[in-house]
Design a protein around this ligand. Structure first.
Ligand code: GLU
Length: 592
């Protein structure tokens, strides 16, 4: 979470460069933003609550000709969303600025000590202690070693970038969230990801954990905690910088749903070699674990059903942040498969790093972002190639994950051709769902559902993962409470909540789950429930019906597209202004 962008170099337009860089990083957090630039012998700071995307390039900070500065877009962890809590944070003198990604776990203890020494705190954040700690030793030790000592005292997974009003240096240190240095001609950049940097240079250094960088006239990399010099590993990226636009669509959310057929086709046609290599690793492994969070975790749950049913293979699954309580099972023969859109979820990266370094397990990542942390630390990587996903709510990347898992399960079972065929058929069905008349139906249904307090979604087997995905979209995008259950589970308690008019979406594909899930729909209907059926067969129990074709296991893909459309149109029906950036969320979740 949080986007960091900093610049030092020959340009006198650091504020503009940083502002533009932050706009590209805003998907990482958009509670508030701020920039500090060196102007003469002082730091000028500009901080705002709200999204940076709407800010025109005539913000007051741009009037300051400066060639050095740091910027941040925030996703609050400690302290409310206020201007005071926005980064950069300053020390008591106002001469030291810090931007930070992560959580300083021991900030309370550090803050108490600093207050006793007379430091005055302005914000409620954990970050502010960093600026005051740097101030403590700055005069005695100099800037870079004071930043190093400070970073060594922080507990938790953190990335910081700091500058001051006197020297012409930017210092960065990290243990956790990513920081990438861009090496321009007589200019240096540092940012949370390569997107903002690629526009300026393709020469980069990926700062590793427990390293710090000193950016000034040139770049020095030092080890942490001691400060020994390290020869930096320079990379030339051949990735293209492409600023995505919404085209004819009002939101990226909708544009990305319309890309779903292309993503499925691409998986069927182009990803088979990668899928075959992954299948070989799975066959060789003694125990396989999927690890994922959020939408990706629902794809992983779908994967466990697909592997069992199609490939007759058992795979384990764990939510990223829970994996540490299961890792006793891991051995050097285990294959760990992290699944992540961004490749930056700290809740996935942390256990993966432990599995790799401490348990010597093999890591095969399924990810969407080239060059992300998971991409770089994994032994094998399967790139989803669904293209850059700008809306915070995952859509086409989820479809890509499921498509890859369907193809992998069929490849494992020796029937890759069938897997490819089913994907192609489902891409055709998804295209039909994206047609004018179908969308009209979903819009009408969304208007009917918009004032419900809760929406329940049920599915059995593989469709349970579609149910989970549907409820997450409804919650994230439309801010409406929705809950998913395996069809058989409601009667074990939650059916107590069903009353006249309770909306329940029922995924009823033409498979072994059909009869049972229809019985569950009947149970809900008998208590007044309003049933929305999704599947290839009409049924009397349905009050509304959203048809899909019968494409065996790949029927889940049209089910998911319908869920994505429902999430989007429910958001609009409920008056949500910017469904691309739902409240309280960030696309890349880099704090624990
Ligand atoms: N913990 C810091 C804060 O709440 C940084 C959060 C972030 O990574 O954006 O301000």
């Amino acid at each position: 979470m949080c986007g960091i962008f900093a610049y030092v170099g020959k340009k006198k337009s650091a504020p503009k460069t940083i502002l533009e860089g932050l706009k590209l990083l805003e998907y990482r957090g958009y509670d508030s933003w701020g920039i500090a630039v060196k102007y003469g012998k002082k730091l000028v700071v500009d901080k705002h609550v709200g999204k940076i995307g709407n800010v025109s390039l005539d913000s007051s900070i741009l009037n300051h000709k400066s060639s050095l500065g740091v910027g941040h877009t925030r996703w609050a962890t400690h302290g409310g969303v206020t201007q005071k809590n926005a980064h950069p944070h300053l020390d008591c003198t106002g001469g030291i600025a810090v931007v930070h990604n992560g959580i300083v776990e021991n900030f309370q203890e550090l803050k108490e000590k600093l207050i006793k020494k007379g430091h005055k705190f302005i914000s409620e954040t954990d970050t502010e202690v960093i600026a005051h700690l740097v101030e403590e030793n700055y005069k005695k030790e100099g800037f870079s070693s004071s930043v190093r000592d400070t970073f060594n005292r922080l507990k938790g997974l953190n990335a910081i970038v700091s500058t001051n009003s006197i020297s012409s240096e930017i210092i960065a240190a990290k243990n956790g969230s990513p920081l990438i240095v861009g090496l321009g001609r007589d200019e240096l950049y540092i940012a949370s990801d390569s997107t903002g940097i690629l526009k300026h240079t393709k020469n980069v250094i990926f700062l590793e954990d427990n390293q710090m960088a000193i950016l000034g006239k040139d770049i020095k990399i030092l080890s942490l905690p001691k400060g020994n010099k390290i020869k930096p590993k320079k990379h030339k990226l051949n990735w293209k910088f492409k600023e995505e636009d919404r085209g004819k669509y009002k939101h990226f959310f909708l544009k990305e749903i319309y890309e779903e057929p292309r993503v499925i086709e691409n998986t069927a046609l182009n990803l088979l070699p990668q899928v075959q290599n992954l299948s070989k690793l799975i066959k060789k492994a003694f125990g396989t674990f999927f690890i994922a969070c959020g939408s990706a975790s629902y794809a992983a749950i779908g994967g466990t059903y697909l592997f069992s049913k199609i490939a007759k293979k058992h795979v384990n699954f764990s939510i990223g942040s829970e994996f540490k309580y299961m890792e006793d099972f891991i051995t050097p023969k285990t294959l760990v498969i992290p699944i992540s859109q961004s490749g930056e979820s700290i809740d996935v990266i942390e256990p993966v790093v432990r599995a790799k370094n401490e348990k010597k397990a093999k890591i095969a990542a399924i990810i969407n972002v080239l060059g992300s942390t998971l991409y770089r630390i994994s032994d094998f990587k399967l790139l989803l190639e669904s293209g850059s996903e700008k809306a915070v709510v995952a859509t086409k990347s989820f479809i890509a994950m499921l498509s890859v898992l369907i193809l992998t399960a069929y490849t494992l079972s020796g029937r890759k051709d069938k897997g490819q065929k089913l994907l192609q058929k489902s891409a055709e069905n998804v295209k039909k769902i994206l047609s004018y008349s179908y969308i009209k139906k979903i819009k009408i249904l969304s208007r009917k559902l918009k004032d419900k307090e809760h929406i329940y979604v049920i599915g059995r087997g593989l469709s349970y993962s579609a149910a989970l995905e549907a409820t997450l979209k409804i919650k994230e995008a439309a801010c409406l409470h929705a809950e998913a259950f395996p069809g058989g589970e409601l009667k074990h308690g939650v059916i107590a909540l069903i009353e006249k008019g309770s909306a329940c979406i029922v995924f009823a594909p033409n498979d072994e789950t059909y009869d049972d899930v229809i019985s569950n729909a009947q149970e809900i209907k008998a208590r007044g429930g309003y049933i929305i059926g999704v599947g290839p067969k009409e049924n009397n129990v349905f009050d509304e019906f959203l048809p899909t074709e019968d494409i065996e296991e790949a029927t889940i893909l049209p089910q998911v597209t319908i869920s994505h459309l429902l999430g989007y149109y429910l958001a609009l029906a409920r008056g949500i202004k910017d469904p691309d950036k739902p409240r309280n969320l960030a696309k890349s979740v880099t704090v624990k």
